[in-house]
Design a protein. Structure first.
Length: 138
């Protein structure tokens, strides 16, 4: 069995964003040379997320509105975590959207269902954040 590891670095200029990282993950699968296996993609920061869904702007807007209702950014004083940083809402948004995703690799390609894409969700941006890509298989 072979193994491949790569870290992707993101520095989103705004506080929150959803970025389609499927092209980067496809490139990693190609670089790995693995034809049959699994790819793990996970955010290595507790205020960011990796998830699979549709690449449709209306859905992304709906996520933003929904997440803000569940864990509003302001007022910062509503959270006990806030003090040194004002990112308690980002921790909660990450918890809802998830830490990682695993996708099958079949015949050297990501084995997706219809419309599925991999996204990086940023909830406390404006600094470097890492995403781990780990691929195992043959």
């Amino acid at each position: 069995m072979k193994s491949y590891r790569k870290e992707l670095i993101f520095n989103i200029t705004q506080r929150r964003a959803f970025i389609n990282i499927t092209p980067e993950i496809r490139k990693c699968v190609e670089e790995s040379g693995i034809r049959e296996g699994l790819v793990l993609v996970n955010a290595m920061h507790i205020t960011a997320s990796v998830f699979i869904n549709d690449d449709e702007s209306g859905l992304h807007n709906d996520y933003e509105v929904w997440l803000e209702k569940l864990a509003p950014e302001k007022p910062y004083s509503q959270y006990r975590h806030n003090g040194y940083e004002d990112n308690a809402d980002a921790h909660m948004k990450r918890q809802i959207m998830g830490r990682e995703t695993v996708v099958a690799v079949t015949e050297g390609k990501l084995d997706f269902g219809p419309w599925e894409q991999i996204f990086y969700g940023e909830f406390d941006g404006k600094r470097n954040k890492r995403v781990l890509v780990k691929i195992i298989g043959d």
